[in-house]
Design a binder for this molecule. Sequence first.
Ligand SMILES: Nc1ncnc2c1ncn2[C@@H]1O[C@H](COP(=O)(O)OP(=O)(O)OP(=O)(O)O)[C@@H](O)[C@H]1O
Ligand SMILES: [Mg+2]
Length: 237
Amino acid sequence: MVKHMQLGLFVTGTDTGVGKTHISAILAHRLKQRGLMVRPRKPVESGCQPIVGGLMPVDAATLQAAAGSDELLEHICPYRFESALSPERAAALADKRLTLADVSSVCRQGVAESEFLLVEGAGGFYSPLAAEVLNADLAVALSLPVLLVTSDRLGAINQTLLAVEAIKRRGLTLAAVVVNQVAVGLDPHMQNATELSRWLGEPVLTTGYQHTNAAEPTWQLPCPALTNLIDRLTRGL
Ligand SMILES: Nc1ncnc2c1ncn2[C@@H]1O[C@H](COP(=O)(O)OP(=O)(O)OP(=O)(O)O)[C@@H](O)[C@H]1O
Ligand SMILES: [Mg+2]
């Protein structure tokens, strides 16, 4: 069993748009409520919106708000790119070349071992994150347990089993698999969570579709499916 020195979690997905930020924000909010100092990091964000004087990393800003963090967005997300492409490609288009050392050091910077380092990757586990660097390489460099988020849709079983195999092959601890419902109108006969539990031989978590409510951000809505995971994370797995 890997010994984790740093309290924290690396949140990855089977794909882009599966709910990594959504789930990370809920976790950040709940962990803060448990009294932990949560340090969110989205070290590289592509597809940033141009604003006056720079680029706005929307995922990082969401994590900052959910964690109630007073850290500067520059610390949470120092590497921002406008192209909505893989960070490696988006950086190349901006004439930048990020190394694994660049990306891992900004994740660790300013984070004590007793504080909770919550890192959201970009895209999926094998998506390119920096020059010749996959998300998987950053997870290994940080030696954090991995949370795998998958979207509840046709194809999820294949994508999830492939990603779990890759995570285990890298010697990382799989904290949990979250089957997240990103859209309404699922075929009621599809039972991704049940079937994934059977294939994996362990329970998976399911988070339902949450209707957005202008008055309350989604991370503040109840999400009992994650309570047990939050208990375990609070104790350091
Ligand atoms: N359980 C859910 N209920 C309702 N909407 C959701 C849910 N999960 C995710 N979404 C919505 O789906 C979209 C994609 O989710 P999110 O941005 O969290 O994905 P991601 O994996 O972080 O994507 P990226 O690869 O761009 O970082 C967002 O608009 C988000 O608000
Ligand atoms: Mg995201």
